[in-house]
Design a protein around this ligand. Structure first.
Ligand code: GAL
Length: 662
């Protein structure tokens, strides 16, 4: 059996041989070798092919392809194949189907039509997992288990009666008594007091706003319900296939917020994630970097695996843009620059039927004699040279706090502004740092903050006392701490912290806010040195220096940005989101005060720079996302071009350099 991760920068892909005649399989292995593909994720959606009828298993085809892959030197990340039940199962047991917020059944016919808490689904899924684990545990191609696929991608939240029962059990464990639940949910409001557990329901469609703490708890419960399912699958693997690493592919991309992955990481041996570029985002490249920085933090700073991305267009956006020539390589290396040691695509061979037939793949419809396949081959050669950096870690002295539970709470219902995106402030600050060549770890508030020179607390609406104390401790210990508006407002039950906002950080920041003045998406407010957007508020600097004030509107003359020196550090408060120029200058001030240098000084706009460091040296990543050629200071050996770099490197439009530094 092989160890995972390997000692080379691995390339891979989702492989769905059941979609192809066997004659194609041999070609696949040969082509994988040509492209330096060293692993595939196999069988993710193959349940109906593995178990065509209850308890009747057909493994011959999987045996054959596992053997062929092994003979070709391709390792297998073998799926438990439980992501989508076969039609015979949902026909026999329609109670496994998920139910939406309006009470509509989500019927089979696409994928992942199963309820996270269904005991029937669980029994069948675990039976299949047992079969696979027992049969393939000793297979020499098996390198890792891939449990399910993108948990919660399509089937969360489910509002069925089974989930209602599980929700009540979850609540009993959490609160122990109805009195405590009533208190936590604030049920004195709107006559919501519960007198029996059976009265409690999922947050189904109601006459108007559901109880916000109940909404938050339903999100917590839903994430935990799937985690419980993952643990059950993992327990089978641990029993029958001990010692083989286990993963499930997370989705740390912007638009997916259903699971609190911080709770999930102990259940996987390898943190893996999927990432697709969403054209509708204003700054898609920064979102890619943000996602990588979130994933790296989930992996505890260690290397991680990109389980899926696309060689070119996807099939689920209004217009599915093809990638520019060279972008397949640049996008893949952008994830390596953020700490990935393995890069895989969805999928190996482009389907000719089904919903994803127009989703790009490594082998396109036009076949391997194509520019896209040749680009993957070129990346394969580059990956061969990048093996030396496997295991190295990305350097970062800045932390940006990120907490799924705080995001859930700040998504409502009934907040001062429904226009505020919980991640807007985080991603904006991350982007401006990234533009400056400063790398940030995007970490959970419970992470160890002691190694960071700058700690950013962006719109952390809900925060526990413990996490708020950790932020204060970081400032006292010397960090420059930057807290933005709408942070520290509520406690873990989403009860407002009284006495003036931002309750949890009021003392640290030396400010007190009496009233919010949110701004709509196109509104701005003048500051003494710039403009603010999204938010403003009536700040009093009770024990802080005013750095900048509102220059117009109802808050004219009131503080907009403040600073309080604390211990050997400082705590800064941003009561609005300044324009990029003003915010960038503020970040420059903080970085200078913290002594944080950019990875590369004077980075041109649109050029990305990170550094990975290991026991054997350091590697500088330079990615040119612009249409211009840029010359940057560096010395060493560029592993992409395989040339020596003496003093400066010339980066053509769209080019990437990975320089082993000397
Ligand atoms: C992912 C999924 C893959 C494929 C891909 C297409 O969400 O895991 O199976 O559907 O999207 O972009």
């Amino acid at each position: 059996m092989r160890a995972w991760p390997t000692k080379t920068l691995s390339l891979g892909g989702d492989y769905n041989p059941e979609q192809w005649p066997r004659a194609v399989w041999d070609d696949d292995v040969t082509l994988m070798q040509r492209a330096n593909i060293s692993f595939v994720s196999l069988g993710i959606f193959s349940w109906s092919w593995l178990e065509p009828a209850k308890g009747e298993y057909e493994f011959e085809w999987l045996d054959t392809i596992m053997d062929k892959l092994h003979a070709g030197g391709i390792a297998v990340d073998l799926a438990t194949a439980t992501a989508t039940p076969p039609p015979w199962l949902s026909a026999a047991h329609p109670e496994i189907l998920p139910v939406d917020v309006l009470g509509h059944t989500l019927w089979p016919g696409s994928r992942q039509s199963w309820c996270p808490t269904s005991p029937v689904f669980r029994d069948y899924a675990l039976a299949l997992t047992r079969q696979l684990a027992a049969r393939y545990h000793e297979h020499p191609a098996l390198a890792m288990w891939h449990v399910s696929n993108e948990y919660a991608c399509h089937n969360l939240p489910c509002y069925c009666d089974e989930c209602a029962r599980h929700f009540r059990s979850w609540l009993r464990r959490r609160y122990e008594s109805l009195e405590r639940l009533n208190d936590a949910w604030g049920t004195a409001f709107w006559s919501q007091r519960y007198t029996a557990w059976e009265q409690i329901l999922p947050t189904r469609h109601s006459t108007t706003f559901n109880n916000p703490t109940q909404v938050l708890d339903y999100k917590r419960f839903s994430s935990d319900a799937l985690l419980d399912f993952m643990r059950a699958e993992r327990a089978v693997l641990d029993e029958l296939s001990p010692g083989v690493p286990v993963t499930t592919n997370f989705m740390t991309l912007d638009h997916f917020r259903h699971l609190d992955y911080n709770a999930w990481t102990p259940t996987v041996d390898v943190v893996s994630t999927d990432h697709y570029i969403v054209d509708a985002l204003e700054h898609p490249r920064s979102e890619l970097a943000f996602s990588g920085d979130v994933t790296r933090a989930l992996a505890g700073g260690a290397p991680w695996m990109l389980m899926e991305h696309s060689t070119s267009a996807v099939n689920w956006q209004p217009t599915n843009h093809a990638k520019a020539p060279g972008q397949t390589i640049r996008d893949a290396l952008a994830h390596v620059a953020r700490g990935a040691d393995a890069i895989a695509w969805f999928q190996w061979r482009q389907s000719r039927a089904g919903s994803e037939k127009f989703h790009s793949a490594v082998v396109p419809h036009a076949g391997p004699e194509t520019a896209r396949f040749r680009e993957v081959e070129q990346l394969g050669r580059i990956a061969g040279r990048l093996g030396e950096l496997v295991g190295s870690r990305v350097e970062a002295r800045v932390a940006i706090l990120h907490d799924y539970q705080a995001i859930w709470a700040s998504e409502g219902p009934c907040l001062p502004s429904s226009e505020l995106d919980a991640l807007e402030a985080a991603r904006t600050i991350h982007r401006l740092l990234h533009d400056r060549g400063v790398t940030a770890d995007v970490v959970h508030p419970g992470a160890d903050l002691s190694s960071y020179a700058v700690v950013v607390v962006p719109q952390l609406y809900l925060v526990t006392d413990e996490h708020a104390d950790a932020v204060s401790a970081a400032a006292s210990a010397g960090a420059q701490v930057l807290v933005t508006y709408f942070s520290g407002i509520s406690d873990e039950h989403d009860h407002v912290r009284l006495g003036g906002y931002p309750g949890a950080f009021r003392d640290l920041l030396g400010v007190r806010v009496e009233e919010f003045f949110p701004l709509g998406p196109v509104e701005t407010v003048a500051l003494t040195d710039g403009t603010g957007g999204w938010w403003s508020e009536d700040v009093q600097a009770t024990d802080a220096t005013v750095v900048e004030s509102y220059a117009a509107g109802p808050l004219v003359g009131r503080p907009a940005i403040t600073r309080r020196d604390v211990g050997t550090g400082s705590a800064w408060y941003l009561s609005t989101l300044p324009d990029d120029d003003r915010l960038g200058r503020l970040l420059d001030t903080l970085l200078a005060a913290a002594g944080v240098e950019p990875t590369v000084a004077g980075l041109p706009v649109g050029v990305e720079a990170t550094r990975r460091r290991g026991d054997d040296g350091s590697w500088l990543f330079l990615l040119n996302h612009t249409d211009l050629t840029h010359s940057l200071a560096a010395s060493g050996h560029d592993l992409v071009a395989d040339t020596a770099v003496a003093g400066s490197v010339e980066l053509a439009p769209g080019a990437v350099a990975v320089i082993r530094e000397t």
